[in-house]
Design a protein around this ligand. Structure first.
Ligand code: FES
Length: 575
């Protein structure tokens, strides 16, 4: 890694040259109120901010951007805040995942088009960190992630509430007739207590941990609660760090090596992280050109103990983890399993960053030799029903269902499921296997989080709380249950999921990593010949671009034209 001089800065092309175009860049920067002393010869830092009033998880990021700016000024840089699309999980339909790639493209193009030397990436709600990292990977300017941070614990009548996970739990109780409208209203008031991301080990916390473990945040950033004053201090420190990164020319492609990406995967497996991480890791592997596939992810999971006792697979919440030592303590405990020499944003190795960090509660972060589970929380399945793979979060599934054979009950799409799932005459038992089609990258579109299919009301009333459910959808990182997800190829493309008929026997064998449809090959060939695809529902605009270029889940659902770009495609000469 080289040390840059002012004339080597990328922004020099905008600000340092004596020509007509540079006159325009300088005079229009002065129009904002800055003097030449504010920006001349300084690293220009783009603060890519996914703040939005449509995204409650990011509502504090406007203030955090100011704190980042303070750090940038202190270190001798020139900050420019640039708003970007906010992929808010709580509002966007059919799913924010449809827009992950759009934000990734936006980050790349904002960085390309503007006089930026480095990027501070502000975001946290599920798809934000993966998208920000994907865009940063492709542009490959020095970059640092400031995770939005988890919200504070929820409360209801003396119980602690976890966002997402406890919504699903109490919704089932409500549908079973055990919770009334008053209690439900109280839960609605108490479950999202502050700004910040979901405080369970959902996708937001998962990807924040992943970003820190791969070296793309400052040490300890992943678990700081959003309202904690440490979070503001971390933002300022990130502002100082990025200026140094620009001078040192420390880029994402220098940091996210194969060892670093595998550190992130291993950490997520040890944390009981979200199944969504699988798709994001595959997309990041594609962007960085690293050889990580589903088989490798499963192998890492098998050899990594699950040590975090956090919901949805455990008891505690992110705030508890912070008080128990935070992410540095987790990474330090995982040290024997990690490549500790991997370099991070601050120029130190991961090992140096976490050295001495103590776990303060062995109940929240279990010792490596007394884990929650001997292996990681996620498993990759294959078989004639998922030739290119499927995923299950087996640590939050029911043990008695991990090996199960039962008759399929097929729903053609989400609307069909919604219309019939609570029908008292639904022909379903606890042994049935619920199957949902049209929920994949193309069929959803965007692979919505429909994979935790609701339990049929008649079974809830009988006291049943889990059953085997299959789909080509994803599910929220806060969800739980015996849900097989990401079945690939998806039903919209005529994958075997499209051929399942109600009554067919399906065999799930998680220990053997198998998922099979017990129907003869001759019969499946006949069904395949008679199968016709549905029309794609987006005839124009971004949706059409998405439909034409999105890859399947086993490739990370990135756009085919954006893979393998990090540090490998020279920036075009644009004047
Ligand atoms: Fe934003 Fe969960 S809804 S992190």
């Amino acid at each position: 890694m080289s040390v840059k001089l002012p004339k080597d800065l990328r922004s020099f092309r905008w600000y340092g040259v004596d020509d007509l175009r540079s006159f325009g860049h300088r005079s229009r920067t002065k129009q904002i109120g800055y003097s030449v002393e504010d920006f001349a010869g300084k690293p220009v830092i783009g603060i890519i901010n996914t703040w939005s009033e449509a995204n409650p998880c990011h509502i504090h990021l406007r203030q955090r951007a100011e704190e980042v700016k303070r750090g940038v000024w202190q270190a001798g840089g020139f900050p420019i805040e640039i708003p970007a699309l906010s992929p808010g999980e709580t509002m966007m339909k059919p799913t924010s995942m449809l827009y992950r790639n759009l934000l990734a493209m936006e980050v790349e193009e904002l960085a390309r088009a503007n006089p930026l030397d480095g990027l501070v990436l502000l975001g946290g709600c599920d798809k934000a960190i993966p998208a920000l990292l994907m865009g940063a990977a492709s542009m490959d300017l020095p970059s640092i992630v400031v995770p939005a941070g988890p919200m504070l614990r929820g409360h209801w009548r003396g119980d602690v509430l976890g966002a997402g996970s406890d919504v699903w739990k109490y919704w089932d109780e409500r549908r079973a007739g055990k919770i009334g409208a008053t209690e439900w209203g109280e839960i609605e008031d108490g479950i999202a207590r502050s700004f910040g991301t979901c405080m369970t080990m959902g996708t937001a916390s998962t990807m924040a941990f992943a970003a820190e473990a791969m070296g793309m945040t400052l040490p300890g950033a992943a678990a700081i609660p959003a309202p904690d004053s440490s979070h503001a201090r971390m933002a300022s420190a990130s502002g100082r760090c990025i200026v140094d990164m620009v001078w040192q020319d420390r880029k994402p492609s220098d940091i996210v090596t194969l060892a670093a990406l595998e550190n992130a995967v291993r950490t997520v497996m040890a944390c009981g992280g979200s199944t969504n991480a699988i798709v994001h890791f595959l997309a990041l592997a594609g962007r960085f050109g690293l050889p990580v596939d589903l088989a490798r992810l499963d192998a890492i999971s098998r050899e990594t103990p699950l040590i975090l006792n956090l919901r949805p697979s455990g008891k505690y919440l992110m705030e508890d983890l912070y008080y128990a030592g935070g992410s540095r303590a987790v990474l330090n405990r995982l040290g024997p399993l990690l490549a500790l020499d991997a370099i991070t944003v601050n120029g130190n190795s991961l090992g140096a960053n976490v050295a001495g960090a103590e776990v303060l509660s062995d109940d929240v972060v279990k010792p490596l030799d007394q884990p929650m589970l001997a292996e990681g929380g996620l498993a990759v399945l294959t078989g004639n029903l998922a030739p290119q793979g499927a995923v299950i979060k087996h640590n939050s599934a029911s043990a008695h269902l991990l090996t199960h054979t039962g008759p399929a009950l097929v729903f053609e799409d989400y609307n069909d499921m919604s219309a019939r799932i609570d029908d008292p005459d639904l022909d379903v038992t606890a042994d049935s296997v619920l199957v949902l089609r049209q929920a994949g990258p193309l069929g959803g579109p965007g692979m919505p989080e429909w994979g935790m299919l609701p339990m049929p009301k008649k079974l809830l009333q009988q006291g049943v709380r889990d059953m085997v459910r299959l789909s080509d959808a994803r599910m929220s990182g806060t969800s739980y249950g015996t849900c097989v997800l990401h079945i690939t190829p998806e039903s919209q493309l005529g994958g075997p999921l499209a051929l399942v008929q109600t009554g067919d026997l399906i065999k799930l064998d998680v220990p053997a990593r198998h998922l099979d449809l017990l129907v003869s090959e001759e019969e499946l060939t006949a069904r395949r010949a008679a199968w016709t695809p549905r029309e794609i529902i987006y005839p124009r605009g971004y949706g059409m671009l998405y439909a034409q270029h999105v890859t399947q889940a086993d490739k990370g659902c990135d756009f085919d034209f954006l893979e393998r770009t990090a540090g490998k495609v020279p920036e075009p000469e644009i004047h």
